[in-house]
Structure formats: C-alpha cells, structure tokens
Design a binder for this molecule. Structure first.
Ligand code: CA
Length: 226
C-alpha cells in the first residue's frame, strides 16, 4: 500500500514516515501543499495523510482539490488545532478522519488501517499472481499455500512489483517507490533486494515470477517477459 504524507514539519514527517515504513507501507513525503497536490494527482495512492497548515497551499484547499478528481482515496488530516469549526470545515472539504497533534503514532496506524479496510469494499486488498498471494492489509505473502516471511523492504518491493503485473519497472522507479525520495544510495541496492526476494519467492519453485529485463529493470509476470 502506498501512502502520501503531506507535512512540512521535517522532524514529524520523518517520524511518521519511518513508522509507517516499519508497518510496511510505501511512503512518499511532500513538504508543501502544492507539491502534495501534484504528487496526489500523479500517483495512485491508497491513502493520504495531510497536515492542515502547509506552505504554498493549505491542507484544506489541497483536500478540496484532490476530491474534485478522486472521491475515493481515504484522507486523514493532521492538525494542531482542535476547534470544532475546523473539524467541521475539514470533513466538509472531504477528509475522512482527523488527528489532533500531538498524537500517539499507534493511534495514527489504527486510523490508517481502519480507513484502508473500509476502502476495501471497493478495491481488492489481495493480489494474486499464479500461485502467489499477497494480502495487502495483513502484509502476508503465500506461495503455493505456504507462508513466506519477508522483511519490510522485501515486502514493499514485492508489493510494488505485484501491483503492476506485466509492467516493467526501472530501478529508479522502484527506488522512488519503495525507498523514499531522499535515498541517495546506488540503484544496485534494488538488485540486492531482488536477489533476496527471489531466494525466498522463486528459487524453490519451477515457475519463476520475477523476471529481469536487461538494462531496464524488473517485472513480475506469470508468463515471463513478453
Ligand atoms: Ca504544518
């Protein structure tokens, strides 16, 4: 699952994003309202977390604009303000839930998961490719009915590949999605993780699902590279 976090307080943003990544979400961070809106329009997020007081474009206005094009994506608002009028205004603008700062991280996770579960009425939370099954809410992976234990990063990588079956994903795309935008290491980190993932997912099975597309990247596909 991919989450967009729009929060200008750097420390808080880092704290939330590290925590969500530990919960195996892929997290993109925007530091102002305009950047957040652009990312929300460009990428298919499963959920948005939006601070209200943001530079360039307020959180309320950001939500209003996102809602014009996307009625379904769940949105959690973060705010230091606890006034009733603010809450009403934000629910009217299209927020689904509300957390007042300071909040316990566990509380945020509970709200996020509840909203994602609610959304699952309209959208499948299970990905199935051949005999591979991924439960996107429980973050459980099975192949041929056997549970496979993955690290948080391996899981995020697999979920990204599997959310785009048949689509070749470049190392850069994978890094931007699975790692975060501040990652400045080498793109061969992707190769290292793909190798680990294959060892757990593909090596013991005759049908290989993860395929290398030479000099481009990787694709997950039942029928190999076409
Ligand atoms: Ca703020």
């Amino acid at each position: 699952m991919r989450i967009l976090l729009v929060e200008d307080e750097e420390k808080l943003s880092r704290f939330i994003s590290i925590g969500l990544k530990a919960e195996r979400f892929a997290v993109d961070c925007a530091r102002d309202g305009e950047a957040g809106l652009e990312m929300a329009e460009f990428n298919p997020y499963d959920l948005l977390i939006v601070d209200l007081t943001l530079p360039k474009l307020s959180g309320t206005e950001l939500i209003r604009r996102v809602r014009r094009k996307n009625a379904d994506v769940p949105i959690v608002v973060l705010t230091a303000r606890d006034a009733l009028a603010d809450k009403v205004a934000n629910f009217e603008s299209g927020a689904d839930d509300y957390l007042t700062k300071p909040f316990a991280f566990a509380e945020l996770v509970v709200r996020v998961k509840a909203l994602l579960r609610r959304g699952s009425v309209n959208r499948s939370n299970t990905i199935q490719i051949a005999d591979l099954e991924i439960d996107r809410l429980a973050h459980q992976v099975r192949r041929g009915g056997t549970a496979i234990k993955l690290t948080a990063k391996e899981y995020a990588l697999l979920e990204y590949l599997a959310s785009n079956p048949g689509r070749v994903l470049s190392r850069t795309m994978i890094i931007e999605h699975v790692w975060d935008q501040s990652f400045e290491g080498l793109t061969n980190i992707v190769d290292v993780y793909v190798r680990q993932l294959r060892a757990k997912l593909d090596d013991h099975f005759s049908k290989k699902l993860i395929h290398t597309v030479r000099s481009v990247g990787y694709v997950i596909n039942e029928n190999g590279v076409e």
